[in-house]
Design a protein around this ligand. Sequence first.
Ligand SMILES: Nc1ncnc2c1ncn2[C@@H]1O[C@H](COP(=O)(O)OP(=O)(O)OP(=O)(O)O)[C@@H](O)[C@H]1O
Length: 337
Amino acid sequence: MERTDLELVSLTKHYGDAVAVAGIDLKIQGGSYCCLLGPSGCGKTSTLRMVAGHETPTQGHVVLAGREITHLEPVQRGTAMMFQSYALFPHLSVLDNVAFSARMKGVDKATRDKRARELLELVAMTPYAARLPSALSGGQQQRVALARALMTQPRVLLLDEPLSALDPFLRIKMRAELQRWHRELGMTFVHVTHSQEEAMALADLVVVMNQGKVEQAGTAREVFERPRTAFIARFIGAHNVVDTPSGAVAVRSDRTVLAPSGGPGMAVTVKAVEYQGSHVQVHLATRLDEQDSADDRPDSAGWVALVPDAQFHAAPLEPGQRVAMSWHEADAHVLQG
Ligand SMILES: Nc1ncnc2c1ncn2[C@@H]1O[C@H](COP(=O)(O)OP(=O)(O)OP(=O)(O)O)[C@@H](O)[C@H]1O
């Protein structure tokens, strides 16, 4: 089988003095679903735009299927971008929107309409072929945007926050559709998101970025079970970062054990209790008056224990109560840096 890997080599982008992307090395296997994940401003979109050819790298290379594409025009690369705002042409019907790129290339009407109809079928939009975009819902516009991007027969589909404009219900529905399309099309998807939940749900390869660099790349399970740094553990969530005499460790919230005060472990205070159905989230701090732990405060000392509901109700806890927090040695994962 032909290799269609996408490789980024020392990919760098400066805007004046500001470093948006600080030298990324990444290999994305052909046909995989990759999510670029990270907080706002970490360089995800700049990276995607350099792959698409909408931004010129300051340094480095983009290689697709063994071919250097760094300085090619967007249409010559074998990539297609689906934008955050779907940017459909308002005066063109759904069918003509999808067929547009082929029309620009001079493909005859019968051929381009046939291909456009096949793609509308794929995204379940056949009944809407004659409509204008203004008469479609957000989810429907998204499907048309996808069909339009696929018209160029790309090897790599680039998706910039494709679900961010949708309401939570539709977002989950479209997530399942993205998975299905990825499976059916067999092409590489590179999807930018700031939602760890979205990345974990979709990606074969999760690439967590921080300040223009790749902080960790791996399967969702690898990143969740073996977060490399405190930043990753906090960003992925559901982990406590605890300073111990042998360095910082990450412990999953559901593996954090609470015992009556005086028991083994660290003496902490219950700050808040949140009932969540199958589990109860117990927020903990060294003292009751401590501020909430903020993501941007790396030294913050707030923790969460996720206690199964039956266990919690057998021995309920209340804010202000002192407890002992501990974990099994095997559940403490040593962090770097
Ligand atoms: N055209 C530009 N000119 C100057 N600075 C820019 C430009 N585009 C992006 N930046 C800066 O580069 C950094 C990375 O931006 P980028 O859009 O790639 O981040 P992001 O991770 O996609 O963020 P978001 O999730 O908010 O879209 C940011 O600090 C941003 O302000």
